[in-house]
Ligand binder design. Structure first.
Ligand SMILES: NC(=O)c1ccc[n+]([C@@H]2O[C@H](COP(=O)([O-])OP(=O)(O)OC[C@H]3O[C@@H](n4cnc5c(N)ncnc54)[C@H](OP(=O)(O)O)[C@@H]3O)[C@@H](O)[C@H]2O)c1
Length: 331
């Protein structure tokens, strides 16, 4: 198929509410020697896109200013230094930006084959959440079989993947979520206990469900308001991994808690890492996690597929927080 010179892409007219997202025309990006050019089938929508739209999360230097941190589709062109990929291969990829468009160019090491049994559109739901969960829960948090995990925001894109991967690797999982419907969805995905944090104190409820006092690892996206309670809930040698700060970034804690129970507090962002650092995570995920999709043990949870031109509506849904799992923009 011929590659056009221009493409449809979502533009941000100015920082603001969802209606600043409009469909525009951009040049199809050039393919670097180490890149794949992807003909996008779908782009995943992430909470970070909402922050970027509002102007509070600028793209890193060198990245496209078009929103979109993950896509799926087919290979449209292969950079001259790339081996192992052919035109028309089904692919999904982690991007530093540029996914809300009909084409995007990506360093080949950040591309993964669409797993067997997964629809090419649905594969857009995988890269950002799988890589984030892997590097935070399993690499930084060092969750191992037999340990327990608490995931805040269990019904989020990230949460729905964290539940399934932790279960697949032999852990018991507890989650918090903001409604009875979300809690039921999390338990259907494999969570041992989902706590509606709007009605029930999660510390007491998780303590009771965990039976041995606390949990070994917590994946947190709330930040300030949960920090001391998270520390209170960790077992000896427990690990708290922070990936977002939805309630605020600064907090006061009782440091004695860390010493008494030998706790570790860590966190990370994915987007700011170098291509080499991201490649290491992609390689680990391809080896350890991709086979779980092939066998159907783990699956992407898709809340809604919208058209690319409906990017504003997708952001409204995400900000209303009524979704369970991922939102996709289909080209
Ligand atoms: N550090 C990284 O590398 C990295 C990478 C990817 C994502 N993230 C972060 O991970 C989070 C999840 O991402 P996503 O794309 O999966 O987003 P998402 O689907 O929109 O999930 C956000 C979740 O947060 C919950 N929530 C919202 N406000 C809350 C509050 N004040 N207190 C408690 N829970 C709240 C919502 O559930 P309820 O309605 O049930 O409260 C929702 O399920 C985002 O904050 C994102 O920025 C970080």
């Amino acid at each position: 198929m011929q590659i056009p010179r221009t493409m449809r892409a979502i533009e941000i007219t100015e920082p603001g509410e969802p209606e600043v997202l409009v469909i525009g025309t951009r040049a199809v990006p050039p393919v670097g020697a180490g890149d794949l050019l992807i003909r996008v089938a779908a782009a995943g929508v992430n909470r970070a896109d909402v922050m970027q739209r509002r102007g509070s999360y600028p793209p890193p230097p060198g990245a496209s200013d078009v929103l979109g941190l993950e896509v799926s589709g087919t290979v449209a062109a292969v950079g001259e230094a790339v081996s192992g990929w052919r035109v028309d291969d089904a692919v999904c990829a982690l991007l530093a930006g540029g996914g809300y468009a009909e084409y995007c160019a990506v360093p080949a090491p950040l591309c993964l084959p669409v797993p067997g049994g997964i629809d090419v559109v649905d594969a857009a739901a995988l890269p950002e959440v799988v890589l984030t969960v892997w590097t935070n829960v399993f690499e930084r948090g060092r969750l191992t079989a037999g340990e327990t995990l608490l995931v805040h925001g269990g019904s989020s894109g990230i949460g729905t993947m964290a539940i399934q991967l932790a279960r697949a690797f032999g852990s018991r999982v507890f989650v918090t979520a903001g409604s009875a419907e979300k809690c039921a969805a999390c338990e259907a995905l494999g969570a041992d206990r989902a706590v509606n944090y709007r009605e029930t104190d999660f510390v007491e409820a998780v303590r009771e469900a965990a039976r041995d006092g606390g949990v070994d690892v917590i994946l947190d996206m709330v930040g300030r308001d949960y920090l001391q309670r998270n520390l209170d809930l960790l077992n000896v040698d427990g690990r708290l991994v922070i990936i977002a700060l939805m309630s605020g970034a600064t907090a006061e804690v009782n440091l004695a808690t860390l010493m008494r129970r030998r706790l570790l507090v860590t966190g990370s962002t994915l987007r700011a890492r170098t291509v080499e650092q991201k490649t290491a995570v992609v390689d680990a995920v391809r080896k350890r996690v991709w086979p779980l999709f092939e066998t159907g043990r783990v699956r992407p949870v898709i809340h809604q597929r919208l058209r690319l031109a409906q990017a504003a509506e997708a952001h409204r849904v995400m900000e209303a927080s009524t979704h369970i799992g991922k939102l996709l923009l289909v080209t």
